[in-house]
Design a protein around this ligand. Structure first.
Ligand code: GAP
Length: 454
């Protein structure tokens, strides 16, 4: 896999990702998605939504608010527990996540769940130094909340304090009963949601891997724990199937890592992370957690509302259990882009090609007139193709350069209208990966492209 700096430079130059607020000097670790990044993101979200919501026989979707009643975060445990261990370098005053300082020096270690005293002792005994100034002089660890606080309305006081959601999941739990009743759903069923989440991360970084503002695609799957099915394995298998069949992930590009007891989040009895081999090291991509009945129980207790499900056959009241597959849109996009970026050595040249899966490539076809004389015919064809394909048009530079430009942004097929088109009513279609070309009748073109893009 290529170096991350090369990939970042490429994505910036091609209009996938820009430094946010760039004309004002930027804002640390904030990114904007350019025209091609925005397209790719939309397609990725649609792919997820189709797979996990629209085309899934069990599931339905939801779109809840970012700002919720603060009692939601009290009940979910986020106000008390959603903290990271913060440590300051006394010498240069930089701030670090104590657990990450250890894991970065020892990539095979996982210190999730360690107590602060254990982390402090390890940092001292192991001689871990400040990555900025190299000194070994740290403050004790303090817990730092990741919740973004703001105020709602005109008065800024404790009563008007609200939070930007740190996960989309709670919006689903608080709408469990509404959704179940309105859609007359029977257990088991899931509710999926895509939306922005916010975390005041101590050490954001690695490009779009860890940011303070990001999007999540989460599914909360509700079931009766007595139904005897292993829904945890079912959803873990489905996540793997999605990655391998929809996004072409190979088995050697990721591992599935089971959390040990100590590392489990306060709400989880079982969690496995799919960790992807990013160019900067292995990192969590997608988590699948067994949340038990923790969330519904907490919300039932705190809201004093009945959140049980009445089993229509046994008349028994059940507090549903939950399996949650959760992934970040941008983190998944980064993994796809790292997989796709290739510098290919040709006979007299190298070409940069993004071997993107067809369903997430910003464009799926590009249309070129070979010369000015074919412009009108090519433009007419472009307008026709726009009805069925995500097409782009390019008539600048020589044909070789135009192919390279499309390779660089991952367009799977290029169509050239040339001198012979008028006579044979055919065009040349060139494939991105094999670079092979084929002559195709315009009357067959639509079906031909659809077949190729399957
Ligand atoms: N509702 C469960 C939950 O939020 P999580 O492991 O904290 O669990 C789920 O987050 C996924 O969201 C992660 O696997 C990752 O893909 C993404 N994610 C979490 N924090 C992120 C951040 N700061 N920047 C980008 N993506 C993030």
């Amino acid at each position: 896999m290529e170096n991350i700096d090369k990939i970042i430079a490429h994505l910036k130059s091609q209009g996938f990702v820009f430094q946010s607020s760039e004309i004002y000097g930027g804002l640390a670790n904030s990114w904007d998605y350019g025209p091609l990044g925005a397209e790719m993101k939309q397609k990725l979200k649609t792919l997820w939504w189709n797979y996990f919501v629209r085309k899934n026989p069990y599931n339905i979707g939801l779109d809840s608010s970012i700002i919720l009643n603060p009692k939601v975060w009290e009940a979910s445990g986020h106000l008390n527990n959603f903290n990271d261990p913060l440590i300051d370098c006394k010498s240069c005053k930089t701030r670090w996540r104590a657990d990450k300082l250890i894991e970065e020096k020892h990539p095979d270690m996982n210190v999730g769940g360690w107590a602060n005293a254990e982390l402090e002792k390890f940092i001292a005994d192991d001689g871990i130094a400040c990555p900025t100034c190299g000194k070994q002089d740290f403050t004790p660890i303090r817990q730092f909340t990741l919740m973004f606080k703001t105020n709602q309305g005109v008065i800024e006081d404790d009563k008007s304090t609200v939070y930007l959601r740190p996960e989309t999941a709670q919006g689903i739990f608080i709408n469990f009963k509404n959704s179940q009743r309105a859609l007359r759903k029977k257990l088991p069923f899931g509710i999926g949601q895509i939306g922005k989440s916010f975390r005041n991360e101590i050490t954001p970084g690695n490009f779009i891997f860890r940011t303070r503002e990001f999007e999540q695609m989460e599914l909360e799957f509700f079931f009766d724990p007595k139904d005897g099915q292993d829904w945890f394995q079912y959803w873990l298998d489905n996540v793997v199937k999605f990655l391998e069949t929809k996004l072409n992930f190979t088995k050697d590009s990721y591992v599935i890592r089971k959390h040990d007891e100590q590392e489990l989040a306060h709400y989880s009895s079982q969690t496995s992370d799919i960790e992807f081999n990013f160019p900067f090291g292995r990192g969590e991509l997608w988590g699948v957690a067994h949340r038990g009945s923790f969330d519904l129980e907490q919300h039932q207790k705190n809201s004093k509302q009945d959140l049980t499900y009445l089993d229509p056959t046994t008349n028994e009241k059940i507090l549903a259990n939950v399996i949650e597959p959760s992934v970040g849109v941008e983190r998944l996009m980064l993994a796809i882009l790292c997989n796709a970026y290739v510098e290919e050595q040709l006979e007299n040249d190298t070409r940069i090609v993004l071997r993107l899966p067809n369903e997430v490539a910003p464009y799926n076809v590009a249309i070129f007139p070979l010369q000015k004389q074919q412009r009108d015919v090519a433009e007419k064809l472009y307008n026709e193709l726009l009805c069925d394909f995500d097409a782009t048009f390019d008539d600048t530079g020589n044909i070789g350069k135009r192919y390279r430009r499309q390779d660089a942004i991952g367009t799977p097929l290029c169509i050239t209208v040339d001198f012979d088109t008028e006579n044979d009513q055919a065009v040349t279609v060139r494939e991105r990966d094999s670079m092979q070309q084929e002559r195709v009748k315009i009357s067959d073109l639509n079906n031909y492209l659809k077949n190729k893009l399957k």
